[in-house]
Design a protein around this ligand. Structure first.
Ligand code: SF4
Ligand code: SF4
Length: 186
């Protein structure tokens, strides 16, 4: 069992997570409901309720270096189960952003997929599946990931060879531009 030294509590970290998520982390009383409903607990290094406790106790490094942040599927099950109405999924999301900013990406392939997805949306106004797949494979080096599913997807018209032209593509690109100008959360 890992032991954390409460004397190293980073209270600024606690305040920042609360400010950015608009959630009162201190009201979590460790009932464990969020963890009980989380479909990815089996793969996490810290369960979602443990992440909440680590935040409460200001364990910034442990939280931001956690694999759990990158494996979270944002399914909201934890949020709907919390008796204190804490938006736990949002807290996970905020911590994931903070981990990115701090240069931690413990699950590199998840980060590469997220980056490739966002680049595709920025360029085409929506995700272009085939281009996204190609970008992910090139950047991650995982050439054979899910390739066996491609023939079925192609037959069902789920992988068009050209991106769909959508209206408002420029507006979507401007959202990305504004985001880059307005903050350092990239
Ligand atoms: S949002 Fe993330 S942490 Fe919450 S239950 Fe779903 S996978 Fe687990
Ligand atoms: S469900 Fe809410 S109160 Fe219970 S452990 Fe999770 S975050 Fe804390």
């Amino acid at each position: 069992m890992q032991i954390f030294d409460l004397a190293t509590a980073d209270l600024e970290f606690v305040a920042e997570v609360e400010a950015r998520s608009h959630q009162k982390i201190r009201t979590c009383y460790q009932c464990g409901n969020c963890t009980a409903g989380c479909p990815y607990t089996f793969a996490y290094d810290y369960s979602v309720s443990q992440i909440m406790r680590l935040i409460q106790t200001g364990q910034k490094e442990a939280v931001l270096k956690s694999r759990s942040l990158w494996l979270c599927g944002s399914c909201q099950s934890c949020t709907t189960r919390c008796p204190n109405k804490i938006d736990v999924a949002l807290v996970m999301d905020v911590c994931r952003h903070m981990a990115r900013e701090a240069g931690y990406a413990t699950e590199r392939s998840v980060k590469i997929f997220a980056d490739s997805f966002l680049a595709s949306v920025e360029r085409h106004g929506r995700a272009y599946e085939l281009g996204l797949m190609a970008a992910y494979m090139t950047r991650s080096g995982r050439v054979f990931t899910d390739v066996d599913l491609a023939p079925q997807a192609l037959m069902r018209g789920k992988l068009p060879f050209k991106p769909h032209q959508i209206q408002g593509r420029e507006q979507v690109a401007r959202i990305f531009e504004r985001f880059r100008k307005g903050g350092d959360n990239v």
